[in-house]
Design a protein around this ligand. Structure first.
Ligand SMILES: Nc1ncnc2c1ncn2[C@@H]1O[C@H](COP(=O)(O)OP(=O)(O)OP(=O)(O)O)[C@@H](O)[C@H]1O
Length: 674
């Protein structure tokens, strides 16, 4: 039965999508292949709920990235005309959601004034515990942080996590455990939280049925996008809320690419066991790509021993065959991609036609270089996160010491920006701050005392930031101007102009944020990339370069999947472990399914052939050719090999005797004067 207004909500949807939008079950799992309309369906479901009279603040969409959250919010708001951020539907990441509750309810959760650490800060705290440049059982500080996070997200012991992450090493887990305990203690002393702590705090408190009932009572329905990438720790947030609200989860097991961070796509397979009475709905018609693109994608999955049982059908029908271009070097490959886009541009195609998918930031460099060289506007998804870039961290350190005076890492960073202040002086000043605080002085008095021997502008600047802290953009502006002279010097040979523009972006982003810590947390937990902020330069018409891991939800008419070479897909690092190899297959699958009309796979020959011993539950198996495209049927692609026409090599100099060296008359011709 169509309710009032349902026609516009359901307009254009196919029968399966309508069914998924209108489902009356309390809990639902929409299992959908790439391009079958997951995002479309989530947006329609939200609109449907609003039409049913559910008020926006009683709906929550949990997404994987800030970009996805913004997309959902804007599509829901644009279509139903809900105005203003305050009134809109909440869409955020798991971390953002957990932090909002923890931050807004200190009496329930008990954490007030704690600072959130990003990956680099955590590694620094760990380095402080391990000792600079030292290792524990062969593991470096950042590796220990990584193993610890994996253990917590997958809910396994530290010893198991060490075995999974470092299968080839013999590691005494006890020694690592002692370091981890010291690390946790140091965090507690300094009032630091890391990303996992935030989820843990929320999960722990949700074990109390009264807290679960209270949190659940906020929402009529919680929608979870990219369900295949949730991990066991995130499940601990969903599970206790099941009796108190409705869940509407959407995912695709073939697009699970975050296993290395603990995601467990089996959670989709066991959804009905975990959420009794849940209904599972399927979407199978792909609206994005032509059948030839899907044939290649389907073939890739068919090669997997995991048996995905997924065959995407193209509603759009037939189109051009995917192309496979091979080059001698990554430079040739990048040059060709740039040239191909410029050729299309000459034919009137906008830059925004193109998406270039790369494996990692590093592998995107050759392509970025060509884009810069040819003045092609682009945005890099997956590049440097704004709040993690060095200059922004510098400015934030001033804000952080104001918001948490015990923040040792921020103090060290801030103090060592000053001329002639090294680690030792900085550590002494920080100790003075702590002593003064211990003696009962206020943060401001402690600063005044501890910063005495340093340039006066620092204490004055920090006071000014504190005075402005109710207006966070103003506080950011004051921190930036206080530090501009030292930063302009520090980065004098390193792109200072662009960096200083970033600082203005940070100031703008901070507007109307409730507090310094809320602002920092928001952008740490749901990051933006520096290059996303410079989009204005191209009026929105730009190429997107994206790591595959940041490409969720993206689509473009043309997609270049670069570097699909042997040794890269699967990457040599994954060999020996069937789960990792299969995750790599899914990474390639996500990449291939981004193209609407033209899929261009490129690769280089500069590789070492990869053969691998793979451990399976049935024992060890020898994989002849681990390269995913090794056995690619010719009929699926149009192949082209580009051996660059090279200039002939310089010939050797003529030998002696063939007009060899002789004395040359250097005199001037005196003509008539002779
Ligand atoms: N019923 C429909 N009619 C026409 N186009 C549709 C329909 N459903 C989805 N689409 C279009 O198909 C494309 C893919 O949809 P969407 O992005 O929602 O898929 P998705 O399942 O979220 O994709 P992925 O998981 O691969 O990122 C979009 O361009 C969308 O507008």
């Amino acid at each position: 039965m169509a309710e009032a207004g349902a026609d516009t909500v359901l307009e254009g949807l196919n029968a399966a999508q309508r069914e998924a939008v209108l489902t009356g079950s309390s809990h639902n799992l929409v299992l959908a292949g790439a391009g079958t309309g997951k995002t479309t369906t989530i947006v329609a479901r939200l609109r449907h709920q609003l039409r049913q009279g559910v008020s926006p603040e009683r709906l929550l969409a949990i997404t994987f990235t800030r970009r996805a959250a913004a997309e959902i919010r804007s599509r829901v708001q644009a279509e139903i005309g809900v105005g203003g951020a305050q009134e809109g539907v909440a869409a955020m990441t798991f971390h953002g959601w957990a932090m909002r509750h923890v931050r807004n309810n200190p009496d329930v959760f008990g954490y007030e004034g704690w600072s959130v650490l990003d990956a680099e800060d955590q590694a620094q705290v760990m380095r402080g515990v391990v000792g600079r440049g030292k290792r524990v059982e062969g593991l470096k500080a950042d590796q220990i942080v990584d193993v610890l996070s994996f253990a917590r997200n997958t809910r396994i012991t530290l010893a198991e996590a060490i075995r999974v992450k470092h299968p080839d090493q013999t590691i005494d887990a006890k020694a690592v455990g002692a370091i981890v305990r010291a690390f946790e203690e140091r965090k507690r002393e300094r009032q630091y939280l890391n990303y996992d702590d935030i989820l843990m705090i929320f999960a722990e408190r949700l074990k109390d049925p009264a807290v679960a009932a209270w949190v659940g009572s906020h929402y009529e329905e919680i929608l979870v996008d990219e369900m295949q990438d949730t991990n066991p720790l995130q499940w601990l947030l969903i599970d206790p809320l099941v009796p108190h609200t409705r869940f509407y989860c959407v995912g695709d097991d073939a697009q699970s690419i975050y296993g290395f961070r603990g995601a467990d796509f089996a959670s989709i397979h066991s959804f009905r066991d975990r959420v009794p009475g849940a209904r599972v709905l399927k979407l199978e018609d792909n609206y994005r790509s032509t059948q030839e693109i899907l044939d290649l994608s389907n073939w890739l999955l068919d090669q997997s021993p995991l048996g995905y049982d997924k065959h995407l059908r193209a509603v759009r029908g037939s189109g051009a065959k995917p192309e496979l271009h091979s080059f001698e070097t990554p430079q040739d490959e990048a040059g060709w991609i740039a040239a191909e886009m410029m050729r299309a541009r000459d034919d009137g195609q906008p830059w925004a036609t193109h998406l270039i998918l790369v494996r990692s930031n590093y592998s995107g460099r050759a392509i970025e270089a060509r884009l810069v060289e040819n003045d092609i506007p682009y945005v890099f998804y997956g590049g440097v996160k704004l709040l993690e870039s060095a200059h922004v961290r510098d400015v934030l350190s001033a804000l952080r010491v104001v918001s948490n005076p015990d923040d040792e890492i921020a103090w060290m960073r801030l103090l060592t920006l000053l001329p002639r202040v090294g680690d030792r002086t900085a550590a002494r000043v920080f100790d003075d701050v702590l002593d003064a605080r211990g003696a009962g002085l206020s943060a401001r008095e402690a600063r005044e005392r501890a910063l005495k021997g340093l340039p006066g502008w620092l204490a004055a600047g920090l006071d000014a930031i504190e005075e402005a802290s109710a207006r966070v953009d103003d506080a950011v502006g004051r921190a930036a101007s206080m530090l501009t002279p030292v930063l302009a010097h520090k980065y004098r040979n390193d792109n200072w102009d662009a960096r200083s523009r970033d600082l203005s972006h940070v100031e703008r982003l901070a507007a109307s944020r409730p507090s310094i810590s809320a602002f920092i947390e928001e952008y740490l937990l749901s990051p933006v990339f520096t290059s996303e902020l410079s989009q204005d330069r191209s009026d929105g018409d730009h190429v997107i370069v994206s790591t595959v891991h940041s490409a969720k939800g993206l689509e473009r008419d043309w997609a270049f999947c670069a570097g699909v070479s042997a040794g890269a897909y699967p990457s040599a690092r994954s060999l020996g472990d069937v789960d990792s190899i299969e995750e790599e297959r899914r990474v390639l699958y996500v990449a291939l399914t981004r193209a609407r009309d033209r899929l261009i796979v490129t690769r280089t020959f500069a590789h070492t052939p990869v053969r691998a011993w793979v451990s399976t539950s049935a024992g060890l198996g020898f994989v002849e050719d681990a390269y995913f495209l090794g056995a690619l049927p010719e009929a699926l692609v149009r192949e082209e090999v580009h051996t660059a026409a090279r200039l002939p090599k310089p010939v050797s100099p003529p030998g002696a005797g063939v007009g060899g060296p002789r004395e040359i008359d250097l005199g001037v011709d005196l003509g008539d004067l002779e």
